[in-house]
Design a protein around this ligand. Structure first.
Ligand SMILES: [Zn+2]
Ligand SMILES: [Zn+2]
Length: 150
């Protein structure tokens, strides 16, 4: 009786460096390909078909789609904008957020630009105390007053 069948094998076809989204750092990757081989008496003889390619991180061993090589981590200023946006959406008044940025050592210019990007220049102002908020906030967190779009 002749034993024949197929077996898949992972073959390394390249390596390099990439930004691993799991490690959140620059890591070495292996570019792998899964190939199904025709086997005779359990010995792989020749490839039947290629199943796919993927990238594995050498630090966390996570497997990724090939597109992970195009992944770019957010820059420091992008991170700051999204942080500020989260706090503004939670109801922090604009002027307090600005103060916080300045206290954290940001320049007045950076603070202004970050607030502009985080709020997309759409602000609401409280009709009783005059505090300003990002447009997604529904009521004044300072006095509970009504907010009007600027
Ligand atoms: Zn990793
Ligand atoms: Zn108010």
């Amino acid at each position: 009786m002749i034993f024949f069948g197929s077996r898949s094998r992972q073959v390394k076809i390249g390596e390099g460096e990439f930004n691993c989204p799991v490690c959140n750092a620059e890591r070495v990757y292996k570019h792998m390909r899964t190939t199904v081989y025709f086997t005779l008496y359990f010995i792989p003889l020749f490839p039947i078909r290629r199943l796919g390619e993927y990238i594995t991180c050498q630090a966390c061993n996570q497997a990724f789609d090939m597109r992970v090589l195009e992944y770019k981590p957010p820059s420091e200023s992008e991170l700051l904008v999204s942080q500020v946006q989260t706090e503004l959406e939670a109801g922090m008044p604009i002027h307090m957020m600005e103060k916080k940025l300045l206290n954290n050592g940001q320049s007045a210019e950076t603070a202004a630009r970050t607030l502009e990007q985080a709020s997309r220049k759409l602000l609401k102002t409280c009709t009783s105390c005059g505090f300003s908020y990002i447009s997604t906030v529904t009521a004044c967190t300072n006095c509970g007053g009504e907010l009007k779009l600027d």
